[in-house]
Design a protein around this ligand. Sequence first.
Ligand code: P6P
Length: 343
Amino acid sequence: MAASRILTLNEVIIQKQSAFPYAKGELSRLLSHIGLAAKIVNNMVNKAGLEASIIGETNNINVQGESQQKLDVFADETFTKALQASGIVCGVASEEKDEIIVFDDDLSRDGNYVICIDPLDGSSNIDVNVSVGTIFSIYRRITPHGQRISKKDFLQPGIKQVAAGYIIYGSSTMLVYTTGLGTTGFTYEPSIGEFCLSHYFMVTPKSGKIYSINEGNYIKFPLGVKKYIKYCQENDPETNRPYTSRYIGSLVADFHRNLLKGGIYIYPKTASSPNGKLRLLYECNPIAFLAEQAGGLATDGYGNRILEIVPTDIHQRTSFFVGSKNMVEKAEEFMKEYGDGYE
Ligand code: P6P
């Protein structure tokens, strides 16, 4: 039997390109540059345990008020350089930068796309060898060519994304992306240095057994979240056994597992984080796009679809309920019944 041929990221993108509304090969070039940056970061993440120079903290606190890891800076610089080199990106909003980065060199100034990116999400886990990830979100510019882009090019609702994805640097490194034609996964094959097609059309189960939330914040959760957690712990009508709690503290790792197995990830508002913790532009919107394209659901827990939230700030936060459709709907029921109160 003929061995099924390996399909690389570039080959699949070109195959799907014809259905992409903004053809001209731009998306394939852009995703190829993202793939290249991912390989570079993957190489460094995998060395982190060996090269003391690249692990640990810098002396900086980023705009999020979080201690910046050396690998955060490396990943941010690597992706920013790769995106600028593509010649079709005119600016970046990064978790690691207070303000947007505008590319005003001749090659990039008139690029058609802007990117929102979390260069290395969950990086506090690097030193303990837990999977981390890069999350990216791609929009077409709004500002006419010839004029300098501004924040308004980035403050678009998630439904305007032309593509989104993540790279998970784990036991194997994967790149998962969507252009609105389904969610597709590629596994990095180091022996040939390519991302190879491994999950052509990812569909997340409508229900699952896994709930992912930081229960250490329990006393600060809204009553509806507390009631949902108790529901998960006390019964599961389908098989009469409790759900399973899985939370690794790395959004990409938690989401990726739940995408494949079925589950829900919740980061709600809490008394100490009244707007939630996760950032809308470069964490929630791309993950929500991928979830919906795989048949899942993503809301803020109050009936608002994540992708329809109109951003007002590039670093704004939102409460985040994402994953298997039936589970997100059940959690929303508890939020609706018990409201936002804190008991
Ligand atoms: P906590 C990492 O900082 C992150 O943004 C996500 O990757 C992760 O799911 C979450 O925050 C963890 O936050 O408060 O549970 O440690």
